[in-house]
Design a binder for this molecule. Structure first.
Ligand SMILES: Nc1ncnc2c1ncn2[C@@H]1O[C@H](COP(=O)(O)OP(=O)(O)OP(=O)(O)O)[C@@H](O)[C@H]1O
Length: 372
């Protein structure tokens, strides 16, 4: 566990960058520091590995005061990933990943072999290992940054806005990847971001910092979205918090209705009759490829002429995903797929709303019972 005990950092004589921070960060979880620019997130993170020294207060790592440990050793014992990936441009990807093990005295061949394994762990093809960082995309560089941080198998990973320099699609992939990795590795991860969406997606716990380095709320993301502790947190969490909160409501009970489908090869075949106003176009494996409206059914002969579909809902995923699938679909029907991506039916927005409403009523009752 990492314990901040009344930690204050004042850089100049002025206002503290971090003000009397007291919090416990649990092992094996992702704790996210989030807040507006300049509120002390990075300073707090860097005090954990002594890149920054506190002005007062103590930080304990598994009960040991970090100020009593050698800063260089402490830093090497924790993985650190930052926004710019921080890779050394004149070293190959493999040698970048092998850096810390080499500093720790691991022989070169062993360190490289481990680095190759890590490429696979972070989802990169092994041939990329021979390239230089400048020959990789931004997203690939960030994956290498994660691999490098994992190379010495540290129990603690410090991540400072690691995904903020990549485009939203790559960013979402990297977030998924980090969650997947964490399911296997169960590291203690402290992750800094200014993006509340990223914080609620990744965090087991989220610490919302206010300007002036004050910890405004520290709780599970669901609680922060449902019950922000003050106006600052409510404002920071933003107008969409009701919608975001749906990410924490499971969609197990959403009804999946059957839907008429037509295979790509059947397009333009006059003998294939279609009755529904919207027919789902699928490939030979049953994967969805858009919609065929009844009105234009006879004129559509290729997949490219079909109406593009919305987001897909994987059965059992959250209510947010179910609702998004329905609302983003041109037919108003959210295409639902199984774990292999095969279409199994559709969900309706109105029915998702009914589930949201009954969950709200149940929660109200539970809160009432707790109160009495
Ligand atoms: N080395 C430094 N010297 C002086 N002041 C600093 C230094 N580093 C940070 N600060 C100040 O401390 C405050 C907190 O900065 P910090 O970088 O920790 O915030 P942050 O929440 O991580 O911000 P951002 O999201 O913009 O990175 C800011 O007012 C910043 O200007």
């Amino acid at each position: 566990m990492i314990r901040f005990n009344g930690v204050t950092k004042t850089y100049d004589a002025g206002r503290p960058a971090v003000d009397d921070l007291t919090m416990d960060i649990d092992c094996g979880e992702i704790t996210v520091f989030v807040g507006p620019s300049g509120c002390g997130k990075t300073t707090s993170l860097r005090m954990i590995n002594r890149m920054v020294e506190p002005t007062s207060g103590t930080i304990l790592l598994d009960g040991q005061d970090v100020s009593q440990q050698k800063a260089s050793e402490l830093r090497r014992s924790m993985g650190y990933v930052m926004q710019s990936s921080g890779l050394m441009p004149h070293r190959s990807v493999i040698d970048n990943i092998a850096t810390v093990p080499r500093l720790n005295g691991v022989p070169r061949t062993e360190a490289r072999a481990r680095a190759r394994e890590l490429l696979d762990v972070v989802g990169l093809a092994s041939e990329l290992g021979r390239r230089y960082p400048g020959q990789l995309s931004g997203g690939q560089q960030q994956r290498v940054g994660v691999a490098r941080a994992l190379a010495a198998d540290p129990p603690v990973l410090l991540m400072d806005e690691p995904f903020s320099a990549v485009d939203p699609v790559v960013r979402a992939e990297l977030q998924e990847e980090l969650l997947r990795l964490q399911r296997d590795l169960a590291k203690t991860i402290v992750f800094v971001t200014h993006d509340i969406d990223e914080a609620t997606i990744l965090g087991d716990k989220v610490a919302v910092f206010a300007v002036g380095g004050r910890l405004a709320q520290f709780a599970a993301p669901e609680e922060i979205l449902r019950a922000p502790v003050d106006d600052f947190v409510a404002g920071f969490v933003g107008r969409d918090r009701g919608f975001r909160h749906l990410s924490f409501q499971e969609g197990r009970h959403v009804t999946v209705h059957p839907i008429e489908t037509i295979e790509v090869e059947q397009l333009g075949d006059p003998t294939v009759s279609v009755l529904s106003p919207w027919t789902l176009l699928v490939d030979a494996d049953g994967r969805p490829h858009g919609w065929v409206p009844q009105a234009t059914r006879s004129s559509i002969t290729t997949q490219a002429e079909a109406v593009p579909g919305g987001s897909l809902y994987t059965r059992g995923d959250t209510l947010r995903r179910a609702l998004d699938a329905a609302l983003s679909s041109p037919s108003g029907l959210g295409v639902t797929v199984d774990d292999d991506g095969r279409a199994i039916g559709v969900v309706r927005a109105a029915e998702v709303f009914d589930l949201i409403e009954s969950a709200r009523v149940d929660r109200g009752r539970a809160d009432h019972n707790t109160a009495v």
